[in-house]
Design a protein around this ligand. Structure first.
Ligand code: NAD
Length: 295
């Protein structure tokens, strides 16, 4: 069993840390937000007064923070307090460039690191069924894998440092584009006099089939468990999709990839977030299309 410092005990980190406690690890946590400290303590995490205190003597340090700038800032603070050869795991969603900078900082200080962003949301974090996309060398991946299994179900080694983040951004760009395509098709179908159920029955059995249609269907009815059936309550929120698409758009620009739809989706979701839809499920884009179409 490991002694783990878990830094960032919010919506995702709180339940992930709780699952590590359940798996028998000693977990010391830190988060500046008092409400997260109370919940973590109730889950069996020993909450430290400062991040560096949680890190001293731990064999593994897991971070689950809002963005890459905070990860790099925190690493600069805690790396000197870590025992030589400590395993660092960053599960936050951050820029690929920030992930690679974090790897360089950790290895230069004599530690090992993987980037290990997740999909599966708060429900997956609570149930211990997250998918982890991992970037780092093979040896460090093997070292991290058993711990990730205590918080998740599917662990994929994506290659070199930063490649976990690369996989996460690319997947979510596919997801946004496919959700927009499905939503535009439903609104067009309605305008053409086609029922939502008829379009669903055809597309879900034809070449339009995709997760955005068959699992997270943006119209109520065809898939009773999709957020459209409960007022577009997230699910995967517009605000989080906007964040991930912003990172994907940065990567498209930085690497000169002509990703027209990815760049457009980053703009669309940022507009939706700023127009008061941030907390809604990302399938709410169908209502944005309806509003813009006067439908
Ligand atoms: P959150 O805001 O609920 O939690 C982040 C926590 O980090 C906060 O409690 C904050 O107080 C804490 N924090 C900030 N600075 C800190 C520091 N220096 N030291 C320790 N703690 C610090 O966010 P979340 O929803 O838990 O998301 C965390 C990460 O996971 C993000 O990068 C997000 O993009 C990613 N993610 C979230 C979801 C989701 O559904 N919520 C899904 C996949 C990935």
């Amino acid at each position: 069993m490991s002694t783990i410092a878990f830094l960032g005990l919010g919506h995702m980190g709180g339940p992930m840390a709780a699952n590590l406690v359940k798996a028998g690890h000693t977990v010391r946590g830190f988060d500046p937000a008092p409400a997260t400290q109370e919940a973590a303590t109730a889950a069996g995490v020993t909450v430290a007064a400062a991040a560096a205190d949680a890190v001293a003597g731990a064999d593994t340090v897991i971070t689950m923070l809002p963005n890459g700038a905070l990860v790099l800032e925190l690493y600069a603070d805690i790396l000197p307090s870590a025992s030589p050869g400590t395993l660092f795991v960053d599960s936050s969603t951050v820029d690929v460039a920030d992930a690679r900078a974090a790897h360089e900082m950790a290895t230069a200080a004599g530690h090992a690191m993987v980037d290990a962003p997740v999909s599966g949301g708060v429900v997956g974090a609570e149930a211990g069924t997250l998918a982890f996309m991992v970037g780092g060398d093979e040896e460090t991946f093997r070292r991290a894998e058993p711990l990730l299994q205590d918080m998740g179900r599917k662990i994929v080694h994506c290659g070199d440092p930063g490649n976990g983040q690369a996989a996460k951004l690319c997947n979510n760009m596919i997801l946004a584009i496919s959700m927009d395509a499905v939503s535009e098709a439903f609104v067009l179908g309605e305008a053409l006099g086609l029922s939502n159920q008829a379009l669903f029955d055809v597309a879900s059995n034809a070449s339009g089939q995709c997760w955005a249609l068959t699992t997270n269907c943006p119209v109520p009815g065809p898939v009773p468990t999709s957020p459209a059936n409960r007022g577009y309550e997230a699910g995967f929120a517009v605000g989080l999709m906007a964040k991930d698409l912003g990172l994907a758009a940065n990567a498209l620009r930085e690497h000169g990839v002509a990703g027209e739809l990815g760049l457009r989706m980053a703009e669309r979701y940022a507009e939706m977030r700023d127009a008061g839809r941030a907390a809604n499920d990302f399938s709410d884009i169908i209502n944005d299309i309806r509003d813009k179409s006067g439908k």
